[in-house]
Ligand binder design. Structure first.
Ligand code: RIB
Length: 308
């Protein structure tokens, strides 16, 4: 039985570090290129597993070399293979461009992830039973997420939905059924149709969703921290300030580590504060999953900071 069941995407990342992006018709030399494992679902699963959670990951890889490497990646990170399906065709891939400020531009080609349908999820639904939390994002079909919410309700398991990337079609009726809804400012604006340019605007949009039934709204705001809004309280948990070299996957590091700390029994403010710290460490290193520390590495890093 797992602590956390993540249902979602995996991508094979092809990351180019650029001094500047080419304009139309232009060829520009880029200094470096790296490959790695990503996909929002996979990143969140790996972050939680590296911190020590027992994680089920329900996903679909392709029947190709990238898929084979993905399977080995999950195995070596202690994620059970039961939830991972192999679909005919190509694995999901993500060409990524990271600039000198550490900011990224990402394309995704979903490939096998498109075959994680509601019916495919039914084949794996037993894995949800007994989990403390189901974690969802939006790089798979919305219908599959809706079905995951229904199944989690049947099994009495709370759901955390991270609506990334934003999708205008997300049905608010399903949003109001999750225990944790964790958008960033842009995703919150997309869903509510309300402005989220200032903290007051973000609070107003968050309150709007809480009034419509969401138990806990967690707005991730990057360098500005995370805002938690529920029916009876509002809390801003400040970010840890660091020098960013690559922000790719920082939001996933936050969600995966929050899921870990929360399901290990921390209260929401403490889990948010630990998640801020974990995400901050991830942006100081290159790559996505490569940048996520294990629990032991995290302890060493924190000790170094205390001794510095
Ligand atoms: O959230 C970052 C992730 O989005 C990357 O890992 C990339 O693969 C895309 O899925």
């Amino acid at each position: 039985m797992a602590d956390i069941t993540v249902i979602g995407s995996n991508m094979y990342e092809l990351t180019t570090f650029v001094d500047r992006m080419p304009v139309e018709g232009e060829t520009v030399e880029a200094p470096e290129f790296e490959m790695g494992f990503g996909g929002k679902g996979a990143n969140q699963a790996i972050a939680a597993a590296r911190l020590g959670s027992q994680v089920n990951f329900i996903t679909m890889v392709g029947r190709d070399e990238f898929g084979r490497q993905q399977l080995e990646n999950y195995r070596s990170n202690g994620i059970r293979a039961d939830g991972i399906g192999i679909a005919d065709g190509s694995s999901g891939v993500a060409p990524i461009f990271v600039d000198t400020s550490g900011d990224n531009r990402i394309l995704i080609v979903k490939g096998a992830n498109k075959q994680l349908t509601p019916a495919a999820l039914d084949d794996k639904k037993d894995l949800i039973e007994g989990s403390k939390l189901v974690v969802l994002q939006q790089e798979i079909a919305l219908e599959t997420n809706y079905h995951a919410i229904e199944l989690a309700e049947e099994y009495g398991v709370p759901v955390l939905l991270n609506p990334a990337p934003a999708n205008d079609d997300l049905n608010i009726d399903y949003v109001s059924r999750v225990a944790f809804f964790a958008p960033n400012e842009t995703e919150l604006a997309t869903l509510t149709g309300m402005p989220t340019g200032t903290l007051d605007e973000i609070k107003a949009a968050a309150r709007n969703l809480v009034r419509r039934g969401v138990g806990n709204l967690i707005v991730t705001m990057g360098g500005k921290g995370a805002l938690w809004v529920s029916a009876d309280q509002e809390l801003l948990v400040p970010a840890v300030t660091v020098e960013a070299v690559d922000t790719t996957g920082a939001g996933d590091a936050f969600i995966g580590s929050f899921a870990h700390y929360y399901t290990q029994g921390e209260d929401v403010p403490t889990a948010l504060s630990h998640a801020n710290r974990y995400a901050a460490i991830s942006v100081t290193r290159r790559g996505t999953q490569k940048a996520y520390p294990t629990a032991a590495e995290l302890n060493d890093l924190l000790l170094e900071r205390v001794q510095a």
